[in-house]
Design a protein around this ligand. Structure first.
Ligand SMILES: Nc1nc2c(c(=O)[nH]1)N[C@H]1C(S)=C(S)[C@@H](COP(=O)(O)OP(=O)(O)OC[C@H]3O[C@@H](n4cnc5c(N)ncnc54)[C@H](O)[C@@H]3O)O[C@H]1N2
Ligand code: MOO
Ligand SMILES: [Mg+2]
Length: 396
């Protein structure tokens, strides 16, 4: 048996090496950027007029000039124009390149225009005002985005602006989610009294889909040879196997043995945690990773969030901050195990308060809909006081 810390260390030392693939910019949100992106031009690429109005040469105003003859208009999308006489002005529109021979923009609200003459209505202006200066936000060749960023709408805008339509992203591993157990039937079937519809693989698949990770689902029955043959075949076509069930002490819990018989080396079996103690983890000679999660639905679910999610993020070079929350009510847990306490998070005055809602054990997956995640309560402690801060893992 290993501790949660040891298990975490082992899991995070056996990462998947992602390949780089290209996705269309329109499909890239939520994906993980695989290469650095540099500015192809300055940001902004020219001195950009930031207000609709007139552009003047500031020194003229400084020398007392308040009325300016309007030479012409510089619109957005027009090549740069030139002020012929510094005593004059040019009408300018937001988004236009600042005309040559001008250095200051005055808003329409601050001038009165009669015929071709603009007269200032304000007493003070500042040199260079209302201009978004070339290179102010970033310079050409500056690194705008680094690999390992999860692309949000903000990054999509940057990619668009530098002309990247085929976005290099890390690909997820080819992943199989495998349920095991003779009691489990298809969602579409009507169960006999002793049967239940399988739900774990759907939950895991859904959790994966939320981050853009696709998988294929399989089911295997509790016959040893069938388990061995099935796992062998499935392992051929996948980089990662996530198995649910069949890893404990039961007569029909063949998964660990079957995995070792197909040369998946056990890296640990059993973690001093609740739920999810029978968790088995291994790697094949070909570098295929196997997470064999305990079948109780809450165990499967929590092990996914506690181990597999951090594992995939680290594999894809994504840096995720650890989250913490404040226990909102006293709680006691005596066994010498790390306890994953289901909680509902409420933001109270900027503090994340975690309200315990432990549910009815690791078979009670109906409780998962009531909570937002879990607190990790350390093994060496058994009395947990309101106000103490613990690592928080979110389901949402
Ligand atoms: N003698 C012992 N018995 C058990 C121990 C132990 O240490 N000694 N550990 C218990 C713990 S903790 C857990 S967790 C379970 C883990 O069992 P398995 O991984 O072998 O899982 P199964 O036996 O196949 O199933 C357990 C339970 O979960 C239900 N299940 C499984 N898969 C699904 C699914 N896809 N959808 C919905 N429900 C599923 C299954 O029907 C069982 O009720 O072992 C304890 N026993
Ligand atoms: O881990 Mo078992 O996970 O308590 O049911
Ligand atoms: Mg079992």
């Amino acid at each position: 048996m290993v501790t949660v810390e040891e298990a975490t260390h082992v899991v995070l030392s056996h990462l998947f090496k992602p390949t780089v693939t290209k996705v269309d910019l329109n499909d890239a949100v939520g994906r993980v950027l695989a290469e650095a992106v540099k500015a192809d031009r300055d940001f902004p690429p020219f001195n950009r007029v930031a207000m609709d109005g007139i552009a003047i040469w500031y020194d003229e105003w400084k020398n007392g000039k308040r009325e300016f003859y309007i030479e012409e208009t510089q619109g957005a999308g027009q090549p740069q124009k030139s002020l012929k006489d510094v005593q004059n002005c040019m009408e300018v529109m937001t988004g236009a390149i600042l005309p040559e021979g001008t250095d200051t923009v005055i808003r329409y609200e601050d001038v009165s225009i009669q015929g071709n003459v603009a007269t200032l209505l304000v007493d003070t202006i500042e040199e260079g005002q209302n201009i978004h200066v070339q290179g102010q936000d970033a310079e050409r060749n500056d690194t705008l985005l680094s690999p390992g960023i999860i692309l949000s709408p903000a990054e999509i805008a940057l990619l668009a602006s530098v002309g990247i339509i085929d976005v290099p992203v890390f690909s997820f591993p080819r992943t199989a989610i495998i349920s095991s157990g003779d009691e489990l039937i298809e969602v579409t079937e009507v169960p006999e009294l002793h049967q239940i519809r399988r739900s774990n693989t759907y939950a895991i698949d859904a959790a994966m889909k939320m981050i853009g990770w696709q998988s294929t689902q399989y089911h295997i029955y509790d016959q040893k040879d069938f388990v061995i043959d099935s796992l062998k075949v499935i392992a051929e076509d996948h980089d990662v196997l996530i198995v649910s069930g069949g890893v404990s002490k039961g007569k029909f819990d063949f998964i660990p043995e079957a995995l070792e018989s197909i040369n998946v080396k056990k890296l640990f079996h059993q973690v001093s945690q609740r739920p999810g103690k029978p968790f088995w983890f291994g790697e094949s000679k070909k570098g295929k990773i196997v997470f064999a999660l305990p079948g109780n639905p809450v165990s499967t679910y929590m092990c996914f969030y506690r181990y597999i999610l951090p594992w995939i993020w680290k594999s894809l070079h994504v840096k995720k901050e650890e989250q913490y929350a404040v226990l909102a009510k006293d709680f006691t847990f005596q066994p010498k195990l790390t306890y994953f306490l289901q909680v509902t998070i409420k933001n109270e005055g900027g503090r994340l308060m975690a309200y315990p809602d432990a549910g009815g054990g690791s078979g009670d997956f109906a409780n998962l809909k009531n909570v937002t995640g879990f607190l990790e309560l350390p093994l060496e402690q058994s009395i947990f006081k309101a106000g103490e801060v613990f690592p928080y893992y979110s389901f949402r």
